[in-house]
Design a protein around this ligand. Structure first.
Ligand code: SF4
Length: 398
């Protein structure tokens, strides 16, 4: 493996900073790096250095394999009772004319639209409103499972769960069990933002705390279920806050083993209350992916949302620790585009995704949500595919 030779050469470089050399030796030996070493990587690790280490780990774990899935989003509403300062998505009640609220029938219609499509996952995400309560989601998930039992429901985050369980007066363990029984298959990683209480308080003070976010994931893992984790970076946080965030995830993962994938989310500054904060560079994005790959030694996968960071940066990220670039999406999400992402109509056909991965010499694998292999595209020959379809979300009061 070239990355092994590169790492050996790096370690024997006389000009290498001694602390970085120790980190590189630990990576070579498969040992865990410490909190202080994580901070040192952010402070001193140039892109080429962290990239080499991250790619070594990525290729040791996955070789050239790069995962994607066929999924679609359902976003019940972009109105929200919370007021996160970084949020470009939520339209508070005063901006309701720019908002939407889908009924249960609207959401079932979206599901039915995919009846003849080989999608494997439905991803629920969106704002928090009182009418989307626990009975609502229980009925919705049951109806989806009745309609299409094989469709994996990945839905909601501890932000929603904390809110709906409190309203229903059930504890986290009971609530998660009820959601599982209704058909919830896994939990996405959203709502984590940044765990440090001071920074969290400045950017999203009303919603669930870091402890609550972690507790809900822990209860879900105790049921034998899987989830993902995110980190919002590039705003008010310092490097030590990013490492603290990953440290807390690493500790929970040591206890439960329930996380599958870590997904760094870049702060975007379009149309939110933190628009005065400049966005970090693509170089910092890549460094952040790489350091996450190095630090989170007990996470199997690092994912880059191509719809958030653009197709070309997603391709680059595959050399910086990333082994998953999410799914086809089919233009069903507004979360990225409303935050100012490069992709304003995020949809890619399977063929496009496969070609994107192959263009940078990686090996595309379509997976299901739990990383079971659906199709190996290494030597796959495509027949003509229909063009990606577009679906417009209804708009309230429009
Ligand atoms: S980030 Fe989520 S919880 Fe916060 S305001 Fe936006 S939609 Fe609501």
């Amino acid at each position: 493996m070239d990355s092994q030779i590169d790492l050996e050469l790096l370690i024997t470089d006389n000009n290498l900073d001694p602390q970085l050399r120790v980190i590189a030796q630990k990576v070579q030996a498969g040992e865990r790096i410490s909190f202080d070493e994580g901070v040192a990587l952010y402070e001193k690790g140039e892109l080429a250095f962290v990239g080499l280490l991250a790619n070594y780990i990525r290729e040791k774990r996955h070789g050239d394999i790069t995962y994607f899935n066929r999924n679609f989003h359902v976003e019940p509403t972009n109105l929200c009772v919370y007021d996160c300062k970084f949020c470009s998505y939520s339209r508070l009640i005063k901006q309701k004319s720019e908002g939407w609220e889908l009924s249960m029938e609207d959401m079932m219609d979206i599901v039915k639209k995919y009846d003849d499509q080989p999608v494997t996952e439905i991803h629920f995400t969106g704002g928090v409103l009182p009418q989307y309560d626990m009975p609502f989601y229980i009925e919705l998930f049951k109806r989806i499972k009745q309609h299409r039992p094989g469709l994996h429901i990945k839905g909601l985050t501890p932000v929603e769960y904390h809110y709906i369980f409190k309203k229903a007066k059930v504890d986290y363990a009971t609530g998660m069990k009820l959601m599982k029984d209704a058909g919830l298959d896994s939990m996405p990683g959203g709502g984590a933002e940044i765990f440090d209480p001071e920074v969290r308080n400045q950017i999203s003070k009303d919603k669930c705390t870091a402890e609550q976010w972690l507790q809900i994931h822990e209860e879900w893992h105790k049921l034998g279920q899987r989830s993902n984790a995110t980190m919002l970076y590039g705003h008010l946080e310092e490097f030590r806050h990013r490492v603290d965030h990953m440290e807390q995830l690493r500790q929970l993962q040591d206890r439960t083993g329930g996380f599958q994938t870590f997904i760094p989310l870049k702060f975007r500054n379009k149309e939110n209350q933190m628009s005065h904060i400049p966005e970090v560079s693509v170089i910092e994005d890549l460094r952040n992916y790489a350091i996450a790959r190095i630090y989170l030694d007990n996470f199997d996968h690092i994912k880059a949302y191509w719809a958030m960071i653009s197709r070309s940066t997603a391709q680059l990220a595959l050399n910086f620790g990333v082994d998953d670039i999410d799914g086809t999406l089919d233009d069903t999400t507004k979360i990225y585009s409303m935050a100012g992402a490069e992709e304003q109509n995020p949809a890619m056909s399977t063929r496009e995704l496969v070609e994107l991965i192959k263009q940078v010499g990686r090996h595309p694998i379509e997976r299901d949500t739990l990383y079971n292999v659906i199709t190996d595209y290494k030597d796959y020959q495509f027949e003509e595919e229909p063009a990606a379809r577009f679906y417009k979300l209804p708009v309230v009061n429009n």
